[in-house]
Write a protein that binds this ligand. Structure first.
Ligand SMILES: NC(=O)c1ccc[n+]([C@@H]2O[C@H](COP(=O)([O-])OP(=O)(O)OC[C@H]3O[C@@H](n4cnc5c(N)ncnc54)[C@H](OP(=O)(O)O)[C@@H]3O)[C@@H](O)[C@H]2O)c1
Length: 304
C-alpha cells in the first residue's frame, strides 16, 4: 500500500522543495498531498489544496477526508521580524495550529514530522547539539520552542527537525534569501553581507532529504524530544556565503562587502551564532552538500 504523505506549507519555500523531493525520490511508494493557505499553487504529481491551519475544524475535516499516513508540518509564520510585530496571529499559526494538528494526528495514529529552527538558541556559543538547552532571543524562537514542547507532549512519537538557514530554487509564492543575494550581486551596487551572523546553511533539497531521514529512521528522545538537527556541514557567516555565491556566479569578489548585523536595528533581536551540530542526523544518513559545490549546481541548473 502507498503512503499518503501530507505536506503543510507547500506554497512555501521548503514545502515546495519537499513535495518535489518526495515525488522524485519516493514517488513509487508515496502519494503526495500539499496544503497551502492563501497562495494557490500547482506542483506536478502533487494534489494541492487550501487549508487554514488556524481553523481546528478544517484540520479535522481535511485529515478525515485525505486519510494521510504521514504529515510533514512545515507551514509557519517563518519571518522573525513579522512574528515579533504580529505576536497574536504568529502565535496562533506557529503554536496553536501546531498543537492542534499534532493532537489530531496522534488521535489518528498519523506519523508526524515537525520543522523547528536553529533560532531556538541564543547564539552565544554556536555548534549546538540536540543536548543543548534552548534559549531563544526572539518571539519566533520562543514560539517554535513552545510548538516543540506541544508536539512532544501531544504526539510522543513525532519527530522535530531543527532547520538551518536554507537556500535553493523557490516557487513564485515564496523565496529564500538566495534570490535577493543573486539580484544584488548582479546589480551595479555591492552586496553588504553580515560578518557577525553564523549559521550552518543547507540547500532546501538536501534539507528535504533530511526530513525524510528523520521520518524513515528511529530518532531516540533527547531532552524529552525526538529531535534532530539538520544543519549543513560547515559553519559560515552570511559574508562567507555571499563570497561563495559570487564565485558560483563568476562575479568579482569585491561585489561582496562586509556588513555588521549588530549595527542594524530590527524588530526581532538576532542570535549571532546558531550553527548546528548535526552529527546525529549525519549518523542516520543525512548528507547535506558543501555550500560552494551546491551553489554551483543550483546556478548551473538555473542557466540551462
Ligand atoms: N527558510 C529557512 O531558512 C528556515 C530556517 C529555519 C527554519 N525554517 C522552518 O521551516 C519551515 C518552512 O519555512 P519556509 O521558509 O518554507 O516558510 P515560507 O516560505 O514562509 O512558507 C510558509 C508556508 O506556511 C503557510 N502558512 C502560513 N500561515 C498558514 C496558515 N494559517 N494555515 C496554513 N498554512 C499557512 C504558507 O501558506 P501561503 O503562502 O499559501 O499563505 C506557506 O506555504 C517553517 O516551519 C520554518 O519555521 C525555515
Amino acid at each position: 500500500m502507498k503512503h499518503a504523505v501530507l505536506v503543510t506549507g507547500c506554497s512555501g519555500f521548503l514545502g515546495w522543495n519537499l513535495c518535489q523531493w518526495l515525488v522524485q525520490n519516493r514517488g513509487e511508494s508515496c502519494t503526495v498531498i500539499g496544503t497551502y493557505n492563501r497562495q494557490k499553487i500547482a506542483i506536478p504529481n502533487v494534489k494541492t489544496l487550501s487549508l487554514d491551519l488556524t481553523d481546528e475544524t478544517a484540520i479535522a475535516q481535511a485529515l478525515n477526508q485525505l486519510q494521510p499516513t504521514t504529515v510533514f508540518h512545515l507551514a509557519a509564520a517563518a519571518r522573525p521580524n513579522w512574528c515579533q510585530i504580529n505576536s497574536d496571529i504568529s502565535h496562533r499559526i506557529n503554536v496553536t495550529a501546531t498543537l492542534n494538528l499534532a493532537t489530531q494526528c496522534a488521535d489518528r495514529n498519523i506519523d508526524f514530522v515537525f520543522t523547528s529552527t536553529d533560532l531556538v538558541f541564543d547564539g552565544v556559543r554556536g555548534n549546538y547539539s540536540e543536548e543543548d538547552s534552548v534559549s531563544p532571543v526572539c518571539l519566533y524562537g520562543e514560539q517554535k520552542v513552545a510548538a516543540e514542547l506541544a508536539v512532544s507532549d501531544r504526539h510522543p512519537a513525532a519527530k522535530t527537525c531543527r532547520m538551518p538557514l536554507m537556500f535553493g530554487a523557490s516557487p513564485s509564492t515564496s523565496a529564500s534569501f538566495l534570490q535577493g543575494f543573486i539580484e544584488k550581486l548582479r546589480s551595479p551596487d555591492p552586496l553588504f553581507a553580515f560578518t557577525d551572523e553564523f549559521r550552518t546553511p543547507a540547500s532546501a533539497q538536501d534539507a528535504a532529504a533530511g526530513l525524510v531521514v528523520a521520518w524513515e529512521n528511529t530518532v531516540e528522545p533527547v531532552m524529552g524530544r525526538r529531535c534532530l538537527h539538520l544543519g549543513g556541514p560547515e559553519r559560515l557567516s552570511r559574508y562567507d556565503f555571499a563570497k561563495k555565491l559570487a564565485i558560483a556566479l563568476d562575479i568579482p569578489l569585491d561585489q561582496v562587502q562586509p556588513g555588521l548585523q549588530a549595527e542594524l536595528t530590527m524588530p526581532a533581536p538576532r542570535s549571532p551564532d546558531t550553527s548546528l551540530n548535526s552529527q546525529r542526523a549525519f549518523d542516520l544518513g543525512y548528507q547535506p552538500d558543501f555550500v560552494e559545490r551546491k551553489l554551483k549546481t543550483i546556478v548551473g541548473a538555473s542557466q540551462n
